[in-house]
Ligand binder design. Structure first.
Ligand code: RB5
Length: 145
């Protein structure tokens, strides 16, 4: 498994702790986020990370900003992206099961480090359920046209 992760200036510390968690779990990742003291606009970072993700070689992407909301709004404008802003583990799990979400977003100003790790674990460990949900995901993707 390999993931790609990005953050804006509102989330360097939570990004750092999520990266430590991924390292502990032996999960490979590319960190495209900004470091403490650097600034970026979340739509630019969402675009950069999602475009790299869509080039292939990654199983999922994680975007972190102050709330997770701005990153998810921006990411969902990019064709092929299904981004979910989650601050509870149930949603992180079900957005994989039912929506086949490929990008997880959350906010450093909203969730703590422990919960962020659980969100990431739930998202990465849960497969898409397919079946009746495939038809609905196809309908979401048709909205891009
Ligand atoms: C940046 O201050 C903040 O607006 C951004 O990180 C995010 O929370 C937007 O949704």
């Amino acid at each position: 498994m390999k993931i790609i992760i990005g953050n804006d200036h509102a989330a360097p510390m939570l990004k750092r702790s999520v990266c430590e968690h991924l390292k502990d779990k032996g999960i490979e990742f590319d960190d495209m986020g900004v470091a403490p003291g650097e600034k970026c606009d979340y739509p630019d970072k969402a675009k950069e990370v999602c475009e790299k993700f869509l080039q292939g070689g990654y199983d999922a992407a994680v975007l972190i900003c102050g709330t997770g909301v701005g990153m998810s709004i921006a990411a969902n404008k990019i064709k092929g992206i299904r981004a979910a802003c989650c601050s509870d583990v149930f949603s992180a799990r079900f957005t994989r099961l039912h929506n086949d979400a490929n990008v997880l977003c959350f906010g450093e100003r909203v969730v703590g480090a422990g919960l962020a790790n659980e969100l990431v674990d739930a998202f990465l460990e849960t497969p898409f359920e397919g079946g009746r949900h495939q038809r609905r995901v196809d309908k979401i993707m048709a909205l891009e046209k």
